[in-house]
Write a protein that binds this ligand. Structure first.
Ligand code: ADP
Ligand code: MG
Length: 269
């Protein structure tokens, strides 16, 4: 579990984020109205960066929890710990965010155990309360508290989808990989490689993404494009960087790999 509660330092800039559309306005409106927000979209398309950017913009601390199949309600809410023979209560990240009026980001929320969604229900309707059964407390969320969750609807796993009763409590934004022009600007900024050298990589990514659902489970992410451009910027030959950052991460199947390399030749000649 990753967790942090950092407040933007005075004068420190928000992490670079190039909006795809009006998502910043929607996020700000959700925050000022106390509404929870769900971000849907594939891995590596900018969801986490977006949340970090908005937390800095709104000047709120951010607690990020990477959900996994062992994550329980107690991990979020807190538990009694033994300290020098005494039991003391320790708030979990969700409880801390609720008390402090922070943002709490549950990354890949569908991975978490079922008891987690039960906790989210009273927090995501107009009561905005967090009952802590173990201590008998019932916290009312501070006005600036906001719950954000993300999930990847692309994973073909019917067991791991959000129940309608849960998802209908969230405003939702769908993310996808940025349009080519925007993605070129993002990858150039993140890697330092010039836009004219990034552009063909983005074109290749577009072709690889066209194979989503056929030969490939997932298309190449913006994150992998940034990795690829970073290696090239550092002096690695283009073909080698592409193999390491855009081909090998996508498949283990030798036949599929050969097919992908044909696409590389088609784009780069
Ligand atoms: N709109 C964007 N603005 C700036 N950087 C972006 C954007 N989209 C993607 N990135 C880059 O892609 C990387 C992966 O994005 P991330 O937010 O971690 O993806 P996700 O959380 O959707 O898996 C980021 O670290 C950043 O370098
Ligand atoms: Mg993420």
């Amino acid at each position: 579990m990753v967790m942090e509660g950092s407040i933007k330092k005075e004068g420190a800039a928000a992490p670079f984020y190039l909006p795809q559309s009006d998502e910043c306005e929607i996020f700000a409106a959700a925050h000022s109205n106390g509404l929870p927000l769900l971000l849907k979209g594939p891995t590596g398309c900018g969801k986490t960066r977006f949340v970090a950017h908005m937390a800095a913009q709104l000047n709120r601390p951010l607690y990020t929890v990477a959900c996994h199949d062992d994550l329980s309600a107690a991990d979020l809410i807190g538990r009694y710990l033994l300290k020098g023979g005494e039991t003391v209560w320790a708030d979990g990240p969700l409880t801390r965010a609720v008390r402090a009026g922070a943002l709490c980001y549950l990354d890949e929320v569908v991975e978490a155990r079922k008891d987690v969604t039960v906790v989210l229900h009273p927090l995501t309707d107009d009561r905005r309360i967090l009952p802590i059964d173990r201590t008998g407390e019932e916290l009312v969320a501070a006005p600036e508290f906001m719950l954000i969750a993300s999930y990847n609807p692309g994973y073909q796993n019917i067991l791991k989808t959000l129940k309608p009763s849960t998802r209908q409590r969230f405003l939702s934004i769908e993310f996808d990989f940025p349009a080519p022009e925007q993605e070129t600007a993002i990858v150039a900024t993140e890697s330092g490689l010039s836009a004219d050298r990034v552009a063909p990589l983005v074109r290749l990514a577009g072709k690889l993404r066209g194979l989503r659902g056929q030969d490939l489970e997932e298309g190449v992410s913006t994150r992998l494009l940034v990795y690829c451009a970073t290696l090239i910027h550092q002096g690695m030959p283009v073909e080698r960087a592409i193999l390491a950052a855009m081909i090998e991460p996508l498949t283990d199947d030798e036949d599929v790999k050969r097919g992908l390399l044909d696409l590389v030749t088609a784009v780069f000649g």
